[in-house]
Design a binder for this molecule. Structure first.
Ligand code: TUI
Length: 323
């Protein structure tokens, strides 16, 4: 069975982590992932601290397995959410879209494992020095707020730069992706888009169906002109945003236009006017299934590939001996 340093670090069965997605990574999905042997992560996003506390308690009612909370660093409530996760003794904290350095010592004192998500080698190195327990290296194939480097190029460079376990994210949705991540030196994978198309995810069915219909070129990146690139499924909203960017719209104008769009898209199911953050791997996702089946199928496929590689080596050796 495939056990890695990430399994030992977090006390989980499989090296599969559910990436935090605003409005979607709530107690139901998080507890399903943790109960299936992965690590579920609540997305604190821009929510108020009381909402985060409720989600932590709801998750604990539905699982006795480890889980995490992702803190979206730019949130106006970050300081208060940090206090909540410490008070609630959450086992794992992940962070996104910023540098969690100033909170690091408080997490460590509280015995919380910290796993920041980064898109550069420099920040990975800095956070390891500050006491991070693991690092998620997220490539630009991912959905949502992204960096500039692909998973294929970023992961091995982060692996070479740090000694703590690295988790690969961005563009992964099956056992092949897990094997590649391990080959690059990562100790696990984080997936977001794959878990949207799970039975337990509360995303609107129209959003799930748009992922099922997506092809390899159906995501676009908006916000390049403002320095806040975000990957979404292409729709009327992204066409409008890209048109505004080409016309030289300011960051404020674009932010105003984009306000509240994520909730509108993923929860209310307005798939044309709403923002549908999803990764490039959307094109490969063809079914909605239970979380347990998603994780089970990935592990089985990865194990099959790895044993296939071993028998390939054996056959190769036999051929060489015959020669
Ligand atoms: O955080 C993400 N992806 C996200 S967060 C998010 S929330 C949102 N919701 C609605 C509208 C807009 C945003 C959606 N997607 N990924 C992890 C990630 N973090 N990728 C890159 C980074 C990152 C970037 C800069 C981490 C640190 C960082 O630090 C800069 C610095 O301060 O050094």
């Amino acid at each position: 069975m495939l056990r890695t340093a990430i399994c030992d670090l977090f006390g989980i069965k499989y090296p599969v982590i559910q990436g935090a997605m605003a409005h979607l990574s709530t107690a139901e999905l998080v507890s399903a992932v943790s109960n299936a042997g992965g690590l579920g992560i609540i997305a604190a996003a821009g929510y108020e601290p009381d909402w985060v506390r409720d989600q932590i308690r709801l998750t604990r009612q539905q699982t006795d397995k480890p889980f995490g909370v992702n803190i979206y660093i730019p949130s106006p409530y970050t300081g208060q959410v940090v206090r909540v996760v410490i008070e609630e003794k959450v086992p794992v904290v992940a962070t996104g879209a910023g540098n969690p350095g100033v909170y690091m010592s408080r997490f460590k004192e509280a015995g919380i494992k910290v796993m920041p998500v980064v898109s550069s080698v420099a920040l990975a190195e800095r956070l390891e020095r500050m006491g991070a327990d693991a690092i998620v290296a997220e490539g630009m194939e991912a959905g949502g707020h992204i960096g500039e480097t692909t998973t294929m190029a970023l992961v091995p460079q982060v692996v070479d730069a740090v000694t703590i376990p690295v988790v690969a994210a961005g563009g992964i949705a099956d056992g092949r992706g897990l094997v590649v991540a391990l080959a690059l030196g990562a100790k696990g994978i984080q997936m977001g888009t794959r878990f949207i198309c799970s039975e337990e995810c509360n995303a609107h069915l129209r959003f799930k169906e748009k992922i099922l219909k997506a092809g390899d070129r159906d995501t676009v990146v908006t916000g390049q002109t403002t320095g806040h690139p975000v990957r979404c499924l292409a729709n009327r909203l992204t066409s409008e945003l890209l048109k505004m960017e080409r016309a030289g719209a300011s960051k404020e104008e674009l932010e105003q236009f984009g306000k509240g769009r994520f909730y509108q898209g993923v929860i209310e199911g307005n798939v044309e006017e709403g923002s549908l953050m999803a990764g490039q791997i959307a094109g490969m996702i063809k079914d909605i299934k239970p979380v347990k089946a998603i994780i089970g199928d990935i592990m089985a496929q990865a194990e099959e590939i790895i044993s296939g590689l071993e028998s390939f080596r054996v056959e190769d050796r036999c051929l060489n001996q015959r020669r």
